[in-house]
Write a protein that binds this ligand. Structure first.
Ligand SMILES: NC(=O)c1ccc[n+]([C@@H]2O[C@H](COP(=O)([O-])OP(=O)(O)OC[C@H]3O[C@@H](n4cnc5c(N)ncnc54)[C@H](OP(=O)(O)O)[C@@H]3O)[C@@H](O)[C@H]2O)c1
Length: 222
């Protein structure tokens, strides 16, 4: 499988690239900072320079062409409302449009729990981030792509243990970036897990069982 990663040098992206490389899948890791090329290469991915703000839909599509799936885990990480709009919002829209143009149907978005940290008084910028994340989900869900929206809880850098809770609606909680990456890796191997929103936290189910359970649930609704 050839995976095109947007946000490849980030916390979740780099971990996913390592998993893909270890199992023999190929990935191309898009990064905007030239200095990140070595870090992307070190994960086993092929670095691809690219910028969600500067690149057009056509340019993004050219970079994606020939891949089997796109994973979007980019984010403005608290650099301001305008950046949030341009990266988490418009950047996702451009990426989804580019996937359509490039003929890639599988598209996985790392989004966020809608209720995450809402009682923490994090201010207007955070509320803007949450609104943009939801709008990005809405945009992707309206496409004809085989999309999967993964909404992780609060991300932690604790070492992963491969155990998660996953479902269309679950209690909010913490999730290790390693566990998110493991879930994304497993979901990429199950193309039938699509047109679904999955909330994800640390839990007590091995990632593979969690993905298999989601597939069973999905079949019941068909
Ligand atoms: N933090 C949390 O608790 C939490 C909870 C739920 C969901 N999330 C979401 O989970 C996702 C992944 O999280 P993470 O920890 O992996 O984030 P991260 O470490 O901040 O990684 C995001 C990556 O996106 C890249 N990026 C930003 N703007 C870009 C642009 N214009 N063009 C191309 N790449 C760009 C960043 O590159 P630069 O280094 O150049 O900025 C960075 O490598 C994010 O979307 C985040 O919003 C976070």
């Amino acid at each position: 499988m050839r995976v095109f990663q947007i946000g490849a040098a980030g916390g979740v992206g780099a971990r996913l690239a390592g998993i893909l490389h270890a199992r023999g899948d190929e990935s191309s890791g898009m990064h905007r900072n030239p200095a990140q090329a070595d870090a992307v290469r070190a994960t086993g991915a092929t670095p691809v320079p690219g910028d969600l703000i500067a690149d057009s839909v056509g340019e993004l599509a050219e970079k994606m062409r020939g891949h089997d799936a796109v994973v979007f885990s980019a984010g403005a990480h608290g650099t301001g409302v305008d950046q949030t709009t341009l990266i988490d919002g418009k950047g996702l829209e451009k990426s989804a449009d580019a996937a359509v143009l490039a003929g890639i149907s599988r598209f996985i978005l790392v989004s966020a729990f809608p209720e995450s940290e809402r009682d923490a008084g994090l201010g207007a910028g955070y509320e803007h981030y949450m609104r943009v994340k939801k709008q990005a989900d809405v945009y992707l869900a309206r496409t004809n792509l085989d999309w999967l929206i993964v909404r992780p809880g609060m991300l932690s850098n604790d070492p992963g243990d491969g155990f998660v809770a996953a479902g269309p609606a679950i209690e909010y909680g913490v999730v290790r970036r390693d566990n998110v990456a493991a879930f994304l890796g497993a979901a990429l191997q199950e193309p039938q897990l699509n047109r679904a929103i999955v909330e994800l936290t640390d839990g007590d189910l091995p990632v593979r069982d969690a993905v298999a359970g989601l597939l069973r649930q999905g079949r019941k609704h068909l």
